[in-house]
Design a protein around this ligand. Sequence first.
Ligand SMILES: C[S@@+](CC[C@H](N)C(=O)[O-])C[C@H]1O[C@@H](n2cnc3c(N)ncnc32)[C@H](O)[C@@H]1O
Length: 345
Amino acid sequence: MFTAAGGGRALDLFTGTTRVAQELKARGGHVTAVDRARYATVFAQSAIATDADVLDLAALDDELAALDAIPGHPGYATETFCRASRYFRPENGERIDAIRDAIEPRRGHAHFPVLLTSLIEAADRVDSTTGVQMAYLKQWAPRAHQRLTLRRPALLAGPGTAIRGDALDLLAELGSFDFAYLDPPYNQHRYEANYHVWETLVAWDAPAHYGVACKRAELAERERTSVFNRRRAMPGALRACVDGIDAAVMVVSYNDESWLALDELTEMCRARGAVEVLAYDSKRYVGAQIGIHNPDGERVGTVSRLRNTEYLVVSGEPALVGAAVAAASGLADSAVSGRCDSGRT
Ligand SMILES: C[S@@+](CC[C@H](N)C(=O)[O-])C[C@H]1O[C@@H](n2cnc3c(N)ncnc32)[C@H](O)[C@@H]1O
């Protein structure tokens, strides 16, 4: 049973970093985390599907320490992400190659997603980007000079489920939930492309690559683009999710840069019962803060605005929706509308 305090069966359908899924698990929920990206699935296998209580944490820490100590050797990561492009300093690239090679034989073992998450997080701390991997900095970022160091990633007690797949393909088999959180992409920005280096560290398949950013060749195949990154198809896909997920309470995350109008979204949710909208003023994505850059990393422009409004559209059984909104009040800047009629926002 969903309560404002947590618990019950929870779904995070576009889990990404697993931030929300982790919070739901920490509050006692049995969480199912879904994403189509490889790296997000590995994060979910580590933070959500791994039960920290059944892992031998001392053995895990020993394994991390041993991996951290192995000397670097150049391989695909060094060649592609340090020489053909400049995401990491070569000395860190060589360590990524050596550590990733040493993790590969652990595929299938309970430690595998945890070790891989640790490596990705370590690489993230010493990268030379502005956050996304569509480009890298012309001058090395100061943190890129630091030694790549493995740490144990966040682990939580209790069971959970991680599923890699397309949300639309999975709708029929996910089951029923007390609480569902949906945070899909709402525009053309593709997550697998923004984090293509992590995709490759997970697949470890030495893919052909293209462009200055050295993106995986498969990312050039338009037909592989998520339906949520296609302007015409996205509203119908989101409606299919809203209609198709069996959850007592659903929260859909939305922002004012979406292809979809807020009214359209609230209308989609109306059949689920009560609908409430919470609004939050928020800093825009990291690229907007940094400005527009040419391929040499020179700033060539600024973006039109640095803040946007994030919305949470809460729908479902009226008493539960009321409880969820009450729990969130104080966090939101406003409860935008009790009924979400057009024009009331
Ligand atoms: C806005 S992000 C989610 C961010 C997440 N809430 C977090 O806290 O990190 C959207 C996510 O949806 C995933 N995604 C895109 N299309 C998808 C699809 N068709 N099925 C499942 N996941 C998809 C992306 O890989 C990305 O991780």
